[in-house]
Design a protein around this ligand. Structure first.
Ligand code: HEM
Ligand code: HEM
Length: 232
């Protein structure tokens, strides 16, 4: 019985680990890449938003359910369960080594990004689909959102991106150990360096996407996120 339970939890743990990379990790990398189209101006960014909005609904929703939402919700909920069960040993002097800190921060970042993504998706994808209004996720609305209330949402996004990129990058390092891809100490150190490069590169990509909202004048900078009404 005990073996059956541990085998079951082994399976779910492995699935949790895999979903962090495929498809959730891949989704985030392509998402930040497409968001960085802001650097090319409003038309480029809005072109991406409009492209997804123009997809036939059965294709769009199948992709969203099977590639984005299903794996993400599973990873997030099971991740909260793992993080809650895990014993933090950061304060224990005997365990004060770098790997342990990275591992602990990876769990903490998971908890933080749960709330960040709940806010982010509620105010973008979900809000625009519920209201049928895509302008609220286009360039002009982002410009307003990121500059209102003393730039508070800009700061939230900067920290959110930092946490997501840390979580994915050091998750790759963790993943390689868990799946036996990096076994020896040398290969693990090499992978740690790779994780650091990923962390810096992805964070710059995400922050670059945010910077892109400040570089160009939008077609309609008067669009206000909160004041957008539901289209007839
Ligand atoms: C530069 C920062 C970001 C910008 C400008 C941004 C922009 C957007 C936009 C416009 C949407 C709505 C897409 C649509 O409905 O067509 C969206 C949805 C979403 N974003 Fe982001 N995002 C950013 C960062 C992130 C990060 C770091 C993550 C972490 C994985 C993330 C995850 C998601 C998810 C899961 C959705 C819902 C997918 C959907 O239903 O289409 N975003 N984002
Ligand atoms: C939405 C909230 C999220 C929560 C609560 C969460 C939670 C966690 C936790 C607790 C772990 C550590 C698992 C362990 O120690 O065994 C983890 C690992 C991981 N997560 Fe997340 N996560 C979330 C979102 C994400 C996102 C958006 C990505 C990708 C961009 C991601 C990618 C990964 C990866 C690659 C791992 C490493 C897998 C491994 O240890 O083998 N997670 N997550």
């Amino acid at each position: 019985m005990a073996t059956a339970i541990s085998r079951e939890s082994y399976f779910w743990h492995k699935l949790h680990s895999l979903t962090g990379i495929i498809p959730v990790g891949f989704y985030m990398v392509q998402h930040l890449t497409l968001n960085s189209f802001t650097l090319g101006g409003p038309d480029k960014f809005n072109g991406v938003v409009r492209f997804f909005a123009s997809l036939p609904p059965h294709i769009l929703y199948a992709m969203l359910i099977f590639i984005v939402w299903g794996p993400l919700v599973f990873h997030a909920v099971y991740g909260l369960f793992i993080a809650n069960r895990a014993m933090p040993n950061l304060s224990n002097a005997a365990y004060r080594w770098r790997e342990n800190r990275m591992y602990t921060y990876q769990r903490w970042s998971g908890i933080f990004i749960f709330f960040f993504l709940a806010y982010h998706t509620a105010t973008t994808s979900i809000a625009s689909k519920v209201t049928g209004n895509h302008e609220m996720i286009e360039y002009a609305a982002w410009q307003t959102r990121l500059t209102e209330y003393g730039h508070i949402w800009l700061i939230v996004y900067m920290v959110g991106i930092l946490a997501c990129c840390y979580h994915l990058s050091y998750g790759i390092w963790n993943f390689c150990i868990r799946w036996g891809i990096t076994i020896g100490e040398k290969s693990q150190i090499r992978m740690q360096k790779f994780a650091t490069v990923c962390f810096i590169g992805l964070t710059l990509l995400g922050w670059g996407a945010l910077a892109g909202f400040f570089l160009h004048k939008s077609e309609d900078s008067s669009v206000h996120v909160a004041s957008l009404s539901v289209r007839p």
